[in-house]
Write a protein that binds this ligand. Structure first.
Ligand SMILES: O=C(O)C1=C[C@@H](O)[C@H](O)C=C1
Ligand SMILES: CC(=O)C(=O)O
Length: 330
C-alpha cells in the first residue's frame, strides 16, 4: 500500500489498485464508493485549481463495502475507511457513534489503524453548548477510546479545520505489519495534555512507524505544531512556529528517537526524507513565509501541499504532517 501522491489524476500505476481517494476540493460532498473504493471530499481548497486528490493504492485487488455509516475498501492486508458527519450544533455524540463503528469495523476484520485524519468545519468556533468544536470532537473520541481501554496506543493522527462540511474522518489500517507508535521526548504526549486544553485530552501518537508484511516501511508523522512540552511557543510568530514544528518532526524521525523506540536498525531520517507533506496555515497571507521556510527544509522532490486551514488551538498558526518512505514496497 502506498500513497500514489497528491495528484490531479486518479490513474494508478500499472498493477496497482485504488484503495481510497481523498479529494481536497471546494465543497463538501457525501462519500461515494465508485469503481472499487471510497471517494471522500474534504472542503479545504479555495479554488478548483488549488484542489488535488490524495490517492492511496495497493498491489492487491480491493473489495469495497459499507458498515453502518462507514465506507471502506480492503485488500486483505490494508484497509481504508471513512465517515462523514454532517454539520451539527454539537459533535460529541455523533463522533462517539461513528468512531465506535470505525473501530468495530477494523477490529472485526482483523485490521489495526496506523494513521487517522480528521477535517472538521468551524474547528475553533463554539458549539451550541459554548464548547470549542475541536474540544467537543475530543470528548466524543475519548468516550469511545476509554470504553475500548485505549489510553496510550492510538496511532499518528491529524485534526485540522475544514472550510465547512461537518466532520470528515478517514483512516488506514493493516493486518500483519509491525507497528510502533512514536512519541517526541520534547513534547508531552497528547493523551497527557492538562485540562486547560479541553475536558478530554486528544489521543494520538507523534508518529507511527509501520513495517509492512511486504517488506516496505514508512513513518507517518502526525500533524505537528510549534509546541514544546504542552505549551504553544512563538505566539503570533508564524515563522517561529513553523521552524519549531519542523524541528519537532526532525526529532521524531531522527536516529535518537528511532533508537529510543527500538526500531529496526535505528537508522534515523531527516526532513529531506519526507516524501509527502501537507502544510496547514491558518492565515492565507502567511503561506509565502511558511513556504519559504518549508521549501528550504524539505526535498524538492517531495509532494507538498499548502492549505489554508484552522488549527486545533486558536494560538497555533501552522501545522505540518508528512510521510517518510523508509523502504519502498513492491
Ligand atoms: O487531536 C488530534 O488527534 C490531533 C490534533 C493536532 O494536534 C494534530 O493535528 C494532530 C492530532
Ligand atoms: C495541538 C497540536 O498540534 C498538538 O497537540 O500537537
Amino acid at each position: 500500500m502506498t500513497l500514489h501522491g497528491l495528484k490531479d489524476e486518479l490513474t494508478p500505476d500499472a498493477g496497482r489498485h485504488l484503495l481510497g481517494v481523498v479529494d481536497f476540493t471546494t465543497k463538501s460532498r457525501e462519500i461515494t464508493i465508485d469503481s472499487s473504493c471510497p471517494r471522500v471530499s474534504v472542503q479545504l481548497a479555495t479554488t478548483i485549481s488549488d484542489g488535488f486528490s490524495e490517492v492511496w493504492t495497493t498491489a492487491r485487488p480491493v473489495t469495497p463495502g459499507r458498515y453502518g455509516e462507514i465506507s471502506y475498501a480492503a485488500d486483505g492486508e490494508f484497509l481504508f475507511c471513512a465517515f462523514h458527519l454532517p454539520e451539527s450544533h454539537t459533535y460529541a455524540d455523533a463522533t462517539e457513534a461513528a468512531y465506535a463503528d470505525a473501530l468495530a469495523l477494523t477490529s472485526s476484520l482483523g485490521y489495526r489503524p496506523f494513521r487517522i485524519w480528521h477535517y472538521i468545519g468551524s474547528l475553533n468556533d463554539l458549539n451550541a453548548d459554548g464548547l470549542e468544536v475541536y474540544r467537543d470532537f475530543c470528548v466524543g473520541r475519548a468516550r469511545v477510546l476509554e470504553r475500548h481501554g485505549i489510553t496510550h496506543d492510538m496511532p499518528a493522527a491529524t485534526v485540522i479545520g475544514a472550510h465547512g462540511g461537518g466532520i470528515v474522518c478517514y483512516l488506514l489500517a493493516h493486518r500483519s505489519g509491525t507497528q510502533v507508535n512514536l512519541e517526541n521526548p520534547r513534547q508531552v504526549p497528547a493523551y497527557h495534555y492538562p485540562r486547560q486544553y479541553g475536558p478530554k485530552a486528544p489521543n494520538f501518537a507523534r508518529a507511527t512507524h509501520l513495517a509492512t508484511c511486504d517488506g516496505a516501511a514508512f513513518v507517518y508523522v502526525s500533524g505537528t505544531a510549534g509546541i514544546l512540552g504542552h505549551a504553544t511557543m512563538h505566539e503570533g510568530d508564524v515563522a517561529g512556529q513553523c521552524r519549531l514544528a519542523l524541528d519537532n518532526i526532525a526529532h521524531v524521525i531522527g536516529s535518537g528517537n528511532m533508537f529510543a523506540h527500538d526500531i529496526g536498525s535505528c537508522e534515523g531520517h531527516a526532513l529531506t526524507d519526507l516524501s509527502t507533506v501537507k502544510i496547514y496555515v491558518r492565515h492565507r497571507a502567511d503561506i509565502p513565509v511558511v513556504r519559504e521556510i518549508c521549501d528550504a527544509a524539505i526535498s524538492g522532490t517531495a509532494d507538498v501541499a499548502y492549505l489554508n486551514a484552522d488549527i486545533c488551538r486558536s494560538d497555533l498558526l501552522v501545522e505540518v504532517e508528512g510521510i517518510v518512505a523508509v523502504r519502498p514496497g513492491p
